[in-house]
Design a protein around this ligand. Structure first.
Ligand SMILES: NC(=O)c1ccc[n+]([C@@H]2O[C@H](COP(=O)([O-])OP(=O)(O)OC[C@H]3O[C@@H](n4cnc5c(N)ncnc54)[C@H](OP(=O)(O)O)[C@@H]3O)[C@@H](O)[C@H]2O)c1
Length: 306
């Protein structure tokens, strides 16, 4: 049977922030955290979509759900969101870095970074650093960063992070998802070394039926991909099932810092969540600390990537 939301501990009194909480895995993660008694801050880029998702949850009887504006494609919006969290809450127990987009044509963020690197990785890097002080000292405080099976095909284009010289929308997605897991592991190591109570983990959903694939197809106009997704539909699991690895990583007392969870069947595409190996590049301490240094410099300088 494997781990399900019925295995989640009682989360009453705990505060969680979920990015991209209005849709797909973020919405299912929010729903499950609320069901276990947590207060959930839904961080959404669209106020309209956020309000609609919150209204749906409230209608189903959930309480303890708050809404925040967050556009991860703009580091100023990330700063403003963190200021808002600090003004409303004195502490935070769980941060789920879930929001993301997949394989659009080349777009740039507000600060001039390639959009997937900016939203999937850099915005979450900045958000996490800014919220960490609210989590320090909390028992079982965790940051879970959502990656993808695409990490296994990923490579960091060190001399062309923003795809200026050569942009391939799938390589850029894989790069951002590899960056997610590299960040999660490097962050955990730094937390342990500094004696922090906070732990960092990574999770991926396998293949889950959400808005990710339809939006990717709509933005790229790649009808062949739409057809491929339709043929692959029987393999896709529900968004609720896809959210289980990140929920396990965030809440299971048995999950530990530095671990990575994903589905256990069909080569990691679906099934019950289990601990999974990370991509080889993410095991490289040298690559992880190099990415960390570049990311820290980019959020500080706000300058465009190489
Ligand atoms: N579904 C899968 O099969 C699959 C597989 C591997 C990994 N993942 C990962 O799972 C995570 C969640 O995706 P999903 O499948 O649940 O897709 P989804 O239904 O499209 O949800 C993505 C969420 O991210 C938000 N988002 C996008 N750009 C943003 C920005 N600039 N600032 C703030 N939020 C932004 C979206 O907001 P809007 O609603 O306003 O667009 C939405 O709430 C992603 O990190 C994705 O890479 C999913």
């Amino acid at each position: 049977m494997g781990w399900t939301i019925d295995d989640m501990p009682d989360l009453r009194g705990r505060i969680a922030l979920v990015t991209g909480a209005n849709s797909g895995l973020g919405l299912e993660t929010t729903r499950a955290l609320l069901r276990s008694g947590a207060t959930v801050l839904m961080a959404c880029r669209s106020r309209r979509k956020g309000e609609a998702a919150r209204a749906e949850l409230l209608e189903l009887g959930s309480s303890g759900v708050d809404l925040l504006d967050l556009d991860l494609a703009d580091l100023d919006s990330v700063d403003a969101c963190c200021r808002e969290v600090r003004s409303r809450y004195e502490r935070l127990d769980l941060l789920i870095n879930n929001a993301g987009l997949m394989a659009p044509p080349r777009l740039l963020s507000q600060q001039g970074h390639e959009m997937q690197f900016a939203v999937n990785h850099l915005g979450h890097f900045a958000l996490t650093q800014a919220l960490l002080p609210l989590m320090e000292g909390r028992e079982q405080a965790r940051v879970v960063t959502v990656t993808s099976g695409a990490q296994y095909f990923g490579a960091i284009a060190w001399d062309d992070l923003s795809g200026e010289k050569c942009y391939d929308r799938w390589k850029a997605y894989s790069q951002s998802k590899l960056a997610n897991v590299m960040f999660a592991l490097e962050f955990n190591q730094r937390l342990e070394q500094s004696g922090s109570t906070v732990r960092s983990l990574a999770a991926h959903p396998g293949l889950a039926r959400t808005n990710l694939q339809p939006l990717s197809v709509a933005s790229s106009g790649a009808w062949q991909e739409a057809l491929a997704y339709r043929l692959m539909d029987p393999i896709f699991q529900s968004a609720a099932q896809g959210a289980l690895p990140q929920l396990l990583a965030a809440t299971s007392p048995s999950a530990k810092g530095g671990e990575h969870y994903g589905p256990s069947q069909f080569g990691g595409l679906r099934g019950a969540p289990k601990q999974q190996p990370v991509a080889r590049a993410a095991r490289s301490q040298e690559q992880r600390s190099r990415l960390w240094a570049i990311s820290a410099e980019l959020i500080q300088s706000r300058g465009a990537t190489a």
